[in-house]
Design a protein around this ligand. Structure first.
Ligand code: SF4
Ligand code: SF4
Length: 67
């Protein structure tokens, strides 16, 4: 069991603020959803569950969950 960030896809507009805030290299990256809207993808192995991205997201699109 470990903590990791989890995305609420429908609330993310792909602004990228969370990517800048994340201290772990390549834990978050921008992707295209259905070839259109930009959202982020979180790498569960690289994410340490620190919660910094949750705090900075203007859309309340992230949460830290126990996996
Ligand atoms: S900060 Fe929030 S809205 Fe912006 S890309 Fe990250 S999860 Fe999406
Ligand atoms: S919880 Fe921390 S390590 Fe994980 S994606 Fe967010 S900022 Fe990066």
């Amino acid at each position: 069991m470990y903590y990791a960030a989890c995305l609420k896809e429908d609330q993310c507009d792909g602004c990228g603020v969370c990517i800048v805030s994340c201290p772990e290299a390549n834990a978050i990256k921008l992707i295209k959803l259905n070839g259109k809207a930009k959202v982020i993808e979180i790498c569960g192995l690289r994410c340490k569950g620190c919660g910094l991205c949750v705090e900075v997201c203007p859309k309340d699109a992230l949460e830290v969950v126990l996996r």
